[in-house]
Each structure stands twice: as C-alpha cells, then as structure tokens.
Design a protein around this ligand. Structure first.
Ligand code: FMN
Length: 215
C-alpha cells in the first residue's frame, strides 16, 4: 500500500495476458455487499485502445462536451479538497518542469491520459447501471486489489477517471450496452522509472487529521 503510486510512463515491454488473468484472479476476492461482485473489466489491447484514444481526442478537438455517467468530482471545489487538488497538479507539473502558464504543455500531458499513458495494456472498469452507490464502493475495493496485485508481478498502474469522460465512445468501441456505466480506466505496465513523471510522490495527511477517537 505504501509503495504503490500512480505511474504515468511505461516501458515498451509487453505484459503477458496470463499475468493480467492472475491479477484479476486475486482481485476478485474483494468484498462486496451481499457478495454482489458488481465489477466488470474490459482488458484492452493496442487495437481497441488506439480506436478509443483517437475517438476521444477527436471529440475533444471538436469541442464535444464530456458526458460522464457519474460525477467523480464536485462542480465547486471547497477546502481542504481544493488545496489538495492544487498540490496534486503542482507536483505533477513540477516533476515535468512545466510552468503554470505553459497551458499547451499542460494540455499535452493531460491528453496522454487518453492514450492510457502508452501502457501496453489498458483496463476499463464498468458496472450495471441499475446498481447503487454501495456497488461503486465495492468496485473501488476491487480496483485497489487490482493495483496491489499488479505490484506483486512488478507491474505498475494509474487509475484513470479521464477515461470515463466520454462513456459513449468507450461503450461504442467495446461494444458495451448503454446499461453499463463506465467507472474508470487504468493504465498497466512495467514502469519507466527513469521518466521524470514517475519520480515524485504525493503527500498524505497524518492519521490524526482524519480520525476522532471515542471511549
Ligand atoms: C479512481 C481514480 C481516478 C484517477 N484518475 C486519474 C486520471 O484520470 N489521470 C491521472 O493522471 N491520475 C488519476 N488518478 C491518480 C490520482 O491523481 C492519484 O491517485 C493521486 O494523486 C495520489 O497519488 P498516488 O496514486 O501516486 O499515490 C486517479 C486516481 C483514482 C483513485
């Protein structure tokens, strides 16, 4: 848990599908309310990844509005989250030596999201739209299991809400019905530790800042 970090640059080294299978084999032991096991995963190789990436970039360039199946973030940011979000962006762009006013460079970096940071394998997590918030919690636990299990096989990951911005595009290219809600994507591969984007760690608040103890 301490060693996992979001990795945004990968080696050009294939990931055996058998390893992805093993990761998912382990991750499926996540708990879920009344054992609903709501998680669904698309394992996306280069052909479909390319189609999804191109379609999303096209949509962006044509000014098509995002239409996510759910709101990941609040429309209006309040403290202390606002500042944490700011620090998160600052850490990323500082690692890449991108200044505040270099909007084009920031955009290029952000758009790497839509290419799954050029990872050899991409995952898309989705679930039945008839399920409720509880199942989204279950999905979160499953996703964390995937990220931790990946590390057992020396693979690194980046969970990606960016891939849920245009769910219709994702559904179209993965041939998924409208009744499935796209939760997020995930880049997965062997980390390029020499890349500056992988050379910073995000901060965490101390335990005392989020706990209250009662007798
Ligand atoms: C569900 C989820 C979605 C995320 N979406 C993105 C994303 O779209 N792009 C990105 O670069 N990072 C994304 N992140 C990574 C977060 O920025 C990262 O987890 C956070 O800054 C903490 O850093 P760490 O993962 O390195 O510990 C996401 C994380 C989670 C849990």
């Amino acid at each position: 848990m301490r060693e996992r970090q979001s990795v945004r640059a990968f080696l050009d080294k294939p990931v055996p599908l058998d390893t992805i299978d093993k990761i998912l084999e382990a991750a499926r032991f996540a708990p879920s309310g009344v054992n609903t096991q709501p998680w669904q995963v698309a394992i996306v190789g280069p052909l479909h990844r390319e189609k999804i990436s191109t379609a999303i970039i096209d949509a962006k360039n044509n000014g098509i509005e995002e239409n996510p199946d759910y709101h990941y973030y609040p429309e209006e940011w309040v403290e202390p989250f606002k500042n944490r979000r700011k620090a998160c962006g600052l850490a990323l762009y500082s690692a890449l030596n991108i200044k505040k006013d270099e909007t084009e460079k920031r955009k290029v970096q952000w758009y790497r999201n839509y290419y799954f940071f050029y990872a050899p394998i991409a995952l898309i997590f989705y679930l039945d739209a008839r399920l409720c918030k509880g199942s989204w919690m279950d999905m979160g636990m499953f996703i964390q299991n995937v990220m931790l299990a990946a590390r057992f096989y020396h693979l690194e990951t980046c969970p990606q809400a960016a891939l849920a911005e245009y769910p219709d595009i994702v559904r179209k290219h993965l041939n998924l019905p409208q009744s499935m809600h796209i939760v997020c994507g995930m880049a997965i591969g062997y980390a390029d530790w020499t890349h500056p984007v992988n050379q910073y760690r995000t901060h965490r608040e101390p335990v005392s800042s989020f706990t209250v103890q009662y007798d």
